[in-house]
Design a protein around this ligand. Structure first.
Ligand SMILES: Nc1ncnc2c1ncn2[C@@H]1O[C@H](COP(=O)(O)OP(=O)(O)OP(=O)(O)O)[C@@H](O)[C@H]1O
Ligand SMILES: [Mg+2]
Length: 439
């Protein structure tokens, strides 16, 4: 019944979209509402609008927002919107800069809401703020806000912040060689792609709560929270989980690779470690992720250069001095050699989160997730039974091999046999590798 009607309205909608009327109206209304209301912040603007008007020097979107045809075109990736702007009865074009202006706000607001724009309004907190009290429209500002990525997740904001923080520091280049800083939107790992144990989920939920209730925890004097050590064999998702938390919590992540410490001028290393921690504190709230943490232990036991030992001691002390509750920094370290860590290192963490090799049930789930976008009939239960001892990363490799082998035969559909072959190949490779490693 509705199918014909739907095609009709789709066609109408795409006509409108082509001409850019909706986009022009949305941007003008958003700008006007934002300009008028001081209680709206950058977090109330949809990312693409915010990014366009973001000023890296003040790290803000300055009022008033002016709208030109060029702005509409760039923000929405459209061709010329001149015709669209002309056809809207409540829009004026003026001046040399092609600036657009709402002539009568109310007329524009009514025009907009009569189009198929409910979804746009629900995902634009500034519009939702206005339309929440408009007629009996089913729109909630709080909901729209929840759906909208806040300013902190934009790479533009993170980059501006780093520039500001390193502007006064002479050794800025050295520090930035030690770390990689990513905005949540630039992190590729996603929670949805990971299969976690109940314990892992619980610890992540606790960290989320601690972040949310920092003030309360400070008030009651609980400071030793928010330092997690991820422990487990290679390929069990430690790095992926730490990175994915950036997206989940909407926090930038400062990633430190301890092995890079050695490639630095040793004399400067201690100083740089302090600077990295300062950077994290100033970027706060953020995640500070120290990968390859066992590096600490290795250097403590071996007859290393005294400067490295000093650097390690600096690192341990820096870990002591940073706090989720006070500084807004969630510290996560990861290691696959826990036996190398001594008590001095262990006791710095309030939670040890285990990353075991996945059991059969988890392996089945991982197969399902990795295969989700790939065409073909595959029995993940059987695959899970056949892959005892495989890590999540091993499973990924098996799937990749199966896909590549199928592509060799120009197939984009894989079957159980492709997967079984992938597993056999993998088993053989592991045996060869272990064989040669043993000698
Ligand atoms: N539990 C899991 N669920 C889904 N994917 C997983 C899981 N464990 C590992 N993977 C996948 O395997 C790959 C490697 O994982 P990752 O790099 O996070 O492992 P790791 O524990 O950090 O290993 P290492 O100790 O060698 O650094 C990633 O692509 C990740 O998505
Ligand atoms: Mg890792």
């Amino acid at each position: 019944m509705g199918s014909r009607a739907k095609t009709g309205s789709d066609a109408e909608l795409s006509d409108v979209r082509k001409s850019g009327e909706l986009e022009t109206a949305e941007l003008l209304l958003t700008a006007e509402i934002y300009n008028r209301s001081d209680s709206l912040t950058e977090d109330d603007l949809p990312p693409r609008i915010r990014k366009h008007y973001f000023d890296p020097v003040t790290k803000k979107v300055r009022r008033p927002i002016y709208v030109t045809e060029g702005d509409v075109q760039e923000i929405y990736g459209l061709g010329s919107v001149r015709e669209a702007a002309r056809s809207l009865p409540f829009v004026d074009r003026e001046g040399l800069r092609d600036q657009l202006r709402l002539t009568v706000f109310d007329v524009g607001a009514r025009w907009f809401v009569k189009r198929e724009t409910l979804e746009r309004i629900r995902s634009n907190p500034t519009l939702a703020y206005f339309y929440e009290n408009y007629d009996s429209l089913d729109v909630s500002y709080a909901e729209a806000k929840k759906r909208n990525q806040p300013l902190l997740t934009d790479r533009e904001w993170v980059q501006a912040k780093i520039r500001e923080l390193t502007a006064k520091v002479e050794e800025a280049d050295d520090i930035l060689k030690l770390v990689r800083i990513k905005a949540p939107e630039d992190v590729r790992d996603r929670m949805e792609d990971l299969v976690l144990t109940g314990e892992q989920v619980k610890e992540i939920d606790k960290a989320a709560k601690a972040l949310e209730h920092r003030d309360y925890l400070r008030d009651v004097g609980l400071y030793d929270i928010g330092k997690l050590l991820f422990v487990g064999p290679p390929g069990t998702g430690k790095t992926s989980t730490a990175m994915a938390l950036s997206g989940k919590f909407g926090l930038p992540v400062v990633e430190v690779r301890l092995s890079m410490v050695t490639s630095q001028y040793l004399g400067e290393t201690s100083k740089n470690i302090d600077k990295v921690f300062d950077l994290a504190k100033n970027l706060s709230p953020c995640i500070l992720f120290i990968d390859e943490f066992d590096f600490v232990a290795k250097t403590r036991t071996s007859e290393e250069h005294g400067a490295i030992k000093r650097a390690v001691n600096t690192l341990l002390k820096a870990i002591d001095d940073i706090s989720l509750v006070e500084d807004g920094v969630l510290l996560i370290a990861a290691t696959n050699h826990p036996q190398l860590l001594d008590y001095a290192a262990w006791r710095r963490f309030d939670k040890i989160v285990n990353f075991p090799l996945p059991d059969q049930e988890m392996r089945r789930e991982i197969f399902k997730k990795v295969l989700a976008k790939i065409q073909g009939q595959v029995d993940s239960q059987v695959l899970a039974e056949r892959t005892e001892g495989y890590s999540g990363s091993d499973i990924r490799l098996v799937v990749r091999e199966a896909v590549l082998n199928a592509l060799l035969e120009e197939r984009r559909v894989i079957d159980q046999e492709d997967m079984e072959k992938g597993i056999q190949e993998f088993d053989r490779r592991i045996r060869d590798h272990r064989g040669s490693a043993a000698t």
